[in-house]
Design a protein around this ligand. Structure first.
Ligand SMILES: [Zn+2]
Length: 68
């Protein structure tokens, strides 16, 4: 396999992976990175598609809050 075709193959794989990820986001929940307002810990949340405010409890301190 030539370097050119190897590069094209790698680009194709990256493109396919990105398309799959986009599809997954469209179909399922979105991920929101929220920072706890009390202790500042990062919390990764999954939310309904289109949801902007998500209630969650901080995984570090348990503080209940909503994303902004
Ligand atoms: Zn916290």
């Amino acid at each position: 396999m030539s370097k050119q075709s190897m590069r094209e193959e790698a680009e194709r794989l990256v493109r396919e992976a990105m398309e799959k990820r986009t599809l997954a986001i469209k179909q399922g929940n979105t991920r929101i990175d929220a920072v706890c307002g009390k202790c500042g810990a990062p919390n990764r949340l999954s939310a309904e598609r289109g949801a902007t405010r998500v209630k969650f409890a901080c995984k570090e301190c348990g503080h209940k809050q909503e994303t902004l």
